[in-house]
Write a protein that binds this ligand. Structure first.
Ligand SMILES: Nc1nc2c(ncn2[C@@H]2O[C@H](COP(=O)(O)OP(=O)(O)OP(=O)(O)O)[C@@H](O)[C@H]2O)c(=O)[nH]1
Length: 196
């Protein structure tokens, strides 16, 4: 399976740190500000998954932000939305980004959004301004997955983020296929009737 994943979130929340941790198992501290797409294959539940990961930048002005996000939303099969547990403004950005994604992608009623909300920098819990409960409630209200982790401290927490996203992407791809199949049946029935 191929999975296009976009990493979104405000400035300095750890988007690159999470990406690099997943790719290399390492935390290197500073990451520059290049926007890149990385390829990385891992085995999830016995199945090889080829990830294309778009580590995005957060555009400051609204116009560029929407333009960039539209491209990303069209391209993506799934999203990792990152905030820092020490930065409430970044939590608000994630809420806006969920709304934006949902307004652009029409997830049918039965489909759970292929989005994982990640509260990063868990190692800095003495500076916490966003509680775990708030993150969990946001995920419940928006039907997304949620986890807190620390890219600085753990590889396994980060791995879990991508594994749980794969499950949602799998479900979403099956549903898209089914819907496309039903649409094509309806189209062919319709064209048969219009020819009669
Ligand atoms: N303590 C701690 N610091 C972290 C963690 N993740 C990232 N950082 C630090 O936070 C800063 C920003 O990390 P980046 O990965 O560059 O964040 P980003 O979201 O890609 O930032 P932009 O390039 O501005 O979009 C760096 O100094 C990282 O070392 C974490 O889990 N814990």
């Amino acid at each position: 399976m191929e999975a296009n994943v976009v990493i979104l979130g405000a400035d300095r929340v750890g988007k690159s740190a999470l990406t690099v941790r997943f790719l290399t198992r390492r935390f290197i501290g500073e990451y520059g500000d290049m926007e890149s797409v990385y390829n990385h294959s891992v085995t999830v539940a016995g199945r090889k998954v080829a990830f294309n990961i778009w580590d995005s930048r957060y555009a400051q002005d609204q116009l560029n932000q929407n333009f960039a996000k539209e491209k990303q939303v069209q391209w993506a099969d799934g999203f990792v939305l990152v905030y820092s547990i020490c930065d409430r403004a970044s939590f608000n950005v994630v809420q806006q980004q969920i709304q934006f994604i949902k307004s652009m992608k029409d997830y049918p009623g039965t489909e759970r959004a292929p989005i994982v909300i990640v509260g990063n920098k868990r190692d800095l819990c003495h500076q916490r301004t966003v509680s775990s409960e708030e993150g969990r409630l946001l995920a419940l209200a928006t039907d997304c997955q949620f986890c807190e982790t620390s890219a600085a401290e753990t590889y396994h927490g980060v791995l879990l983020v991508f594994h749980s996203l794969v499950e949602r992407i799998k479900e979403s791809k099956i549903l898209i296929k089914k819907t496309a199949g039903i649409k094509s049946v309806i189209r062919s029935v319709f064209s048969t009737f219009t020819q009669i």
